[in-house]
Design a protein around this ligand. Structure first.
Ligand code: SF4
Length: 325
């Protein structure tokens, strides 16, 4: 359904050297699937979400490649056509978006504004739809009469998710939707999201820095590092440890709460400066398994049994057919 090919984003900077935040990324999000996108801060995952939704300022950034939603190319589509697709085909819940409600309008009004901007609806039908959606995110219908400041953070995030569903989109991009919430509320919201996705059959691209959380809800997880997707695997494979040294290192950052002794292992070093060209594997300076080709050649993307990976070590040990150029 969503097909992204060779997507590249350069942020123009004042010092002249652009920062390549997304470096030629390709992937698909099939119909009715729950796909996770994880990586540490600054790896380009939010930029990728913005680029797909065409929310980046084209005057300040260069975006190239292809983003197709059900065969329609989004990057070159006119603003008018794009407006028709927004909310009804593709919706996005932004990080901190729950704090962007208009403080002087009731929740009901904010839903109605979106509905009126995209179609003709009778007031009675809109009220019924808002009530239905609030119930779907486990809130009382009366919440529609509240102002945003009368709701807790968890309630506002549920309202933001209900709002994203108002025109029944086929794909929802959720960018760190639970980061600002405590772990109990976070858990309740991801459980609710998973349940909604199964029942309403939309697709989800769930962006988060929290691999543990994503592995619990997503069917497939893409791991992003330094602007590229370095492993794209089924959640089951990643739960067993994954294949890429970076994914393994990320998983080592989590302790087993049932073990008597928990040793947390961090990842030494820092991601590369993306205003400079990346030579070889971007993870090489931090990788305990790096060997000669890693610093010289960019690892090609190869197929695994259930996904794909970019790692010389994997190719050397297990082979795998190359994907793309
Ligand atoms: Fe490590 Fe080399 Fe694989 Fe990069 S390509 S992750 S440096 S083994």
């Amino acid at each position: 359904m969503l097909e992204v090919k060779d997507l590249r984003v350069n942020y123009k900077t004042q010092h002249g050297r652009p920062v390549t935040a997304v470096r030629g990324v390709s992937f698909t999000v099939p119909d009715h699937s729950f796909v996770g996108l994880v990586g540490e801060s600054g790896c380009g995952k939010s930029t990728l979400g913005f680029a797909i939704s065409r929310l980046l300022n084209v005057k300040r950034n260069e975006v190239s490649g292809y983003v197709q939603l059900n065969g329609k190319e989004l990057l070159t589509m006119s603003d008018r056509e794009l407006r028709k697709l927004r909310w009804s085909k593709i919706a996005i819940v932004l990080q901190g978006g729950m704090n962007a409600f208009n403080p002087v309008l009731k929740i009901k009004q904010q839903f109605m504004d979106v509905m009126r901007a995209h179609g003709k609806f009778r007031v009675q039908d809109m009220v019924e739809r808002i009530g239905y959606l609030l119930e779907q995110v486990k809130l009382d219908r009366e919440v529609m009469e509240a102002y945003p400041h009368e709701l807790s953070g968890g309630m506002k995030q549920r309202v933001a998710i209900a709002l994203s569903l108002v025109l029944e989109p086929e794909l929802i991009i959720l960018d760190e939707p639970t980061t600002a919430l405590d772990v109990v509320v976070q858990r309740a919201i991801v459980d609710m999201l998973q349940d909604l996705q199964r029942r309403m059959k939309f697709s989800v691209l769930f962006i988060s820095h929290d691999l543990g959380l994503v592995l619990e809800v997503a069917q497939r997880v893409m791991v992003m590092y330094a602007g590229d997707i370095i492993e794209d695997e089924s959640a089951d494979v990643l739960l067993k440890g994954g294949n890429h040294p970076y994914t393994k290192a990320l998983l080592n950052c989590y302790g087993d709460p049932q073990s008597e002794e928990v040793r947390l292992v961090g990842i030494p070093g820092a991601p590369p400066d993306l205003s400079q060209p990346v030579v070889g594997c971007a993870f090489a300076p931090r990788c305990a398994d790096a060997f000669a080709p890693c610093t010289l050649h960019q690892p090609p993307r190869v197929k695994t049994e259930t996904g794909s990976i970019c790692c010389h070590l994997y190719t050397e040990m297990k082979g795998g057919s190359k994907i793309g150029n």
